[in-house]
Ligand binder design. Sequence first.
Ligand code: SF4
Length: 572
Amino acid sequence: MKIARVNVNTEDTIYEEISENSKYFLLGGRGLSSRIIADEVPPLGDPLSEKNKLIIATGLLTGSPFPCSGRTSVGGKSPLTGGIKEANVGGRPSIMLASFGIRALVLEGKSPKLKFMFIDKEGIKFDSAEKHEGSGNYQLYKDLYKKYGKRIGIYSIGPAGEHLMKAASVAANDIEGYPSRHAARGGLGAVMGSKKIKAIIIFPSKSSEVRISDRKKFREVLKPFAIELAESKKNFSIYGTPNMVRGINAYGGLPTKNFRMGSYDKAIEISGEKLHELVTARGGRKRVPCSPTCVIKCSNIFVDEKGKHLTSSLEYETIFANGSNLLIENLDHIARIDHLCDDVGIDTIEFGVTMGVAMDAGEIPWGDAERVFELLREIRKGSEIGKIYGNGVCHLGENLNYKRIPHVKGQGISGYDPRVFKAMSITYATSPMGADHTSGAAIPGRVASQTKDYGELTENKGKLDLSYELQLYTAVLDSMGCCYFIGPSWENMEIITGALNAMYNIDLKREDVLKIGKQIIKNEIEFNDKAGISQDVNDLPPFFREESLESKDLIVTFSKKEFQNFWQKLDE
Ligand code: SF4
């Protein structure tokens, strides 16, 4: 496998083989992108300058049949947080990239003109994308399929990325071909926009350069794991992530009305059960895999009353951010917001949290979906008002001089109120990525080891360990190219170790794999430190300590010191 360093201005590519002696050996996905950023990107530089790099990395297991291993890590210095960033995404292109032997694309420099980048067996080429300037992702994909056929893989940006908005995403096409998967968090779409790359188009290859040293051993590891995953996640497959709406609401931790409440009296209207009912009645689809090796298949295709595709996949995070958080109770309206965000190329979480603050500050009436649609049209145009709402929740807060902002390190908080979900409060406060639930998602019922007691959901007991272990194991999964729904756990680290050993003909122990995870987080912390985001910044906004949730009488109970000292464990 190799790294392709692409200068987007000169259009030259330098390939770097990853041999066993390479410093990049056994680094993939987030591990590889974070290492390259830490080594090569100036921590104090402007994220939109040519000195920043956009890394598009496949995982160590990507291209193999290992379950749910087809994800891409997109990395760079984040325009939103100013720190290191990795956002990962499913879809079609990651396995296609790996099949050409590419572990990572490193986009360097800055092009003066909007371009497409093409990858095929001949190498990497460019062409003008100026005719597609301002194009939404949906139209862009239609045009690209018409010209290059339906089997291509695509990473792209929408107008928000072209306008360099700090909440802009990098889109990827799903198996059906829709631009529905997004490396959404942290504004990496703006980094791609700053390099003037509208899309990276990957042609299908006839064979794959991904090699598995010991196929028999590899099969012995993955087969029982894949069967167990498919069986244990059956319910999750049927209802998908929206299945959590009712549960999180019942716990009193469903962010509602800009995190002023933890439960929504209309939660049933935006629940997984309601979504299931609508999708089934209208002829949409459930149990959809977002990328080829997925065995869980948690995605859905949401159609309108006439059976026409509206969005895919409608997820819990989008539903909370643009539903309960805004008091929008209509799933069709939320699906429309999701479609527009995907088309414009903007993070649905950051956007919804931004709208929540706008409504809280009295700029927009609560529940006004029409106004939300209008603002997405302004973001598409790149108008002055669009820029106010497309640059993240802190940017809006500064603009309105409004202080009650649910964010950590400049990134909007996602769909689990940190006053209720104690381990999640730690993950939000301490992740080098900012308020990112995916970096250590301590959702109800999740444990990091089957044999340990992590205490009750709303008590502090055991939660420092839980968040630490989940964050560590997730860093490992993110480096494998694996979806975190396979489970960041002590037990699964053994499965990953077995798969790596069989694939790369090595003899690692579980502890060695965990060392890789620890080093990833150390690299990220070190970069952030140099970028001025020290461990002192680890905290949640004061209102989470001052305002108890009316239904639960709960506040954030970990001290700032506990958050600041959290990562000392990495050196133990
Ligand atoms: S479990 Fe869901 S998010 Fe993960 S790879 Fe499968 S479809 Fe995609």
